[in-house]
Write a protein that binds this ligand. Structure first.
Ligand SMILES: [Zn+2]
Length: 315
């Protein structure tokens, strides 16, 4: 099991496992792209392993089924894993699950984790495990839970069934309800250190360390997308002429590049906010608009207009 540069996390989790003291709810928090979800999946495999090995034995039926789901979750190939429910004549996305009966993975759909998803999680939490001796629920990007969702989840976290384990991942603790935090054991993930980063990406990509803030997954994307970095830089000058130019170019980008643009922009705005101690209401409004833009992706929304309105809010 390889945990890049997260050796203290690895040691801590192994200790929990060895003492058979794995809490019912863990929260993995830290910057995006440093291995939180991957670690949740790897450690989760161990939680369900029939031979009770910390990172899974890889050979028991539980590990084998888990491995299949894990690969699909990570590759984004959700065909066959997505569970839906019919509601008011509409299909509502709930979670991802494969052949392993004791594991579900709950990612945000669009921009948030919805109340219907958490209701399904609750139902799942109270079923008896079928293959393994425990059950596992991973809630990915838990910071995207709506307030309603977070409150519903809290009810299960307050009295979790003893054989059910939750792993939540989130970028920051401050984006979660205090009451949720107090029900979880928190594990901090740090950005990759420069040395580990260069080892992964090669010395020639040194310039990406800063724009990806030590996030490996983001850096991998950025390697191919230096043009998107340039657009973000231009936007951040807040020079009206340059911002207008950005808005003109942005509609021509592929959807995934627009998303990348928003990810990078969000990170920069957060940094600016923290450094300069800007007005929180304004910051929240900007983030809200950014979220709207993100959920508008793929719906044929005129992106350039959204970028201009974001600029109007932020400048
Ligand atoms: Zn196993």
């Amino acid at each position: 099991m390889k945990l890049l540069n997260q050796s203290s996390v690895k040691g801590f989790l192994e200790k929990l496992h060895a003492k058979d003291r794995i809490p019912n709810a863990l929260l993995f928090y830290g910057p995006p792209g440093v291995g939180k979800t991957l670690t949740a999946l790897n450690f989760g495999k161990g939680i369900l392993c029939l031979k009770k090995e910390a990172w899974g034995c890889g050979e028991c039926l539980s590990c084998k089924e888990f491995e299949k789901i894990k690969e699909k979750v990570l590759s984004g190939d959700w065909e066959g894993l997505s569970r839906y429910e019919e509601k008011d004549g509409k299909k509502v996305f709930l979670y991802l699950s494969g052949e392993h009966p004791d594991f579900i993975f709950v990612p945000p759909l669009g921009s948030s984790i919805k109340i219907d998803q958490v209701r399904a999680v609750k139902e799942f939490a109270y079923i008896k495990p079928a293959l393994s001796h425990r059950k596992l629920i991973i809630i990915d990007k838990a910071q995207t839970m709506t307030r309603e969702s977070a409150n519903a989840l809290l009810k299960v976290l307050e009295e979790p069934p003893h054989d059910t384990h939750f792993i939540l991942t989130a970028q920051g603790k401050e984006q979660l309800l205090q009451t949720i935090l107090s029900r979880t054991q928190q594990v901090e993930f740090k950005p990759l250190e420069e040395e580990a980063f260069y080892k992964l990406l090669g010395e020639e990509n040194k310039d990406l360390y800063e724009s990806s803030a030590g996030s490996y997954t983001l850096a991998l994307k950025l390697k191919e997308k230096k043009e998107v970095i340039q657009l973000v830089d231009n936007f951040l000058t807040l020079d009206p002429a340059k911002v207008y130019e950005v808005s003109q170019k942005i509609d021509k980008l592929a959807e995934e590049d627009k998303e990348l643009f928003l990810d990078l922009l969000e990170r920069h705005l957060e940094e600016t906010f923290l450094k300069k101690g800007l007005n929180y209401d304004k910051f929240e409004m900007v983030l809200g608009r950014l979220g709207e833009l993100r959920s508008g992706l793929g719906r044929g929304l005129k992106f350039s207009l959204g970028i201009l309105s974001l600029y109007a809010l932020w400048r």
